[in-house]
Ligand binder design. Structure first.
Ligand code: SF4
Length: 258
């Protein structure tokens, strides 16, 4: 069998797998062949070494990085049992994230709020409802083509910003999710999440509005939906960001239709 024929078979099997999992087709994964070996070319480059917690604690298996048998379900189970930072003591429910397993867009926020802590689901409060409307405006949803997650998986008390010593031990979970999901694009909402992923102190006002390479994945910073709820003037720049996201998806993924 030629390399081209092998590629076609691999893509067909990939699409069939997607369809059986999500009822959704996305033939965007690429493959390379070496002899009889086939390797998916995905976004593994984004995965840096698992971060070492500032406390020096290992934090359990989440910090060991993704293994060959890793899965979204395994990540979620480990998140729910995680005690690697003090947020485990005050959470009601951990919030691993939710959405399709091969998303066009991975939306990343900073952490769960009260509604998310009570339900175990990400972005379900007022800000989450606004996020759903924003995504729907450009043909996206967590049911069809997105996955939604946070930088920290447990609620910081009083909805304060997560601390560096909480973000660090939790980062391995998001890294594993990014590796497993292989999103076409990451939409990073808000200052905290953007600064955590890009490891910068730059303000969100300067970072938003353009794609930034994140280990091979285009990452678009924008304002957090809760920011719009408090400041209506942010609606216009967020809409500009969404239009940029839509254009980029149209260029990069033939299955995106809006
Ligand atoms: S926030 Fe992350 S590191 Fe901290 S307990 Fe929850 S899952 Fe573990």
């Amino acid at each position: 069998m030629t390399a081209e024929q092998k590629t076609n078979v691999a893509l067909f099997l990939d699409m069939a797998g997607d369809y059986l999992r999500d009822g959704y087709k996305r033939p965007s994964r690429k493959y390379s062949f070496s002899g009889d070996q086939v390797s998916p070319i995905c976004s593994d480059a984004v995965l840096t070494e698992p971060p070492v917690p500032a406390s020096g604690e290992t934090g359990g298996s989440a910090l060991e990085g993704p293994g060959v048998e890793d899965s979204l379900e395994a990540v979620a189970a480990e998140v729910r049992g995680c005690t690697a930072c003090p947020l485990c003591a005050t959470r009601t429910m951990a919030v691993p994230g939710e959405g399709v397993s091969r998303p066009l867009v991975l939306v990343v926020g900073e952490g769960p709020g009260a509604d998310e802590d009570a339900s175990g689901r990400p972005f379900v409060g007022k800000a989450g409802q606004l996020l759903d409307k924003m995504l729907a405006a450009i043909g996206l949803s967590r049911e069809q083509n997105c996955f939604i997650a946070n930088v920290v998986k447990c609620r910081p008390p009083g909805n304060r910003d997560p601390l560096p010593e909480e973000i660090a031990p939790c980062a391995a979970f998001l890294n594993r999710q990014i590796r497993l999901l292989g999103p076409t694009v990451i939409l990073c909402t808000g200052k905290v999440a953007t600064q955590a992923l890009l490891k910068t102190d730059e303000g969100i006002g300067k970072l938003r509005g353009r794609f930034i390479d994140y280990g091979g994945i285009p990452l678009l910073p924008t304002y957090h939906p809760s920011g719009i709820l408090h400041n209506e003037s942010l609606k216009r720049p967020v809409w500009e960001d969404l239009k940029l996201l839509r254009t980029t998806l149209m260029d990069r993924d033939e299955t995106y239709i809006n």
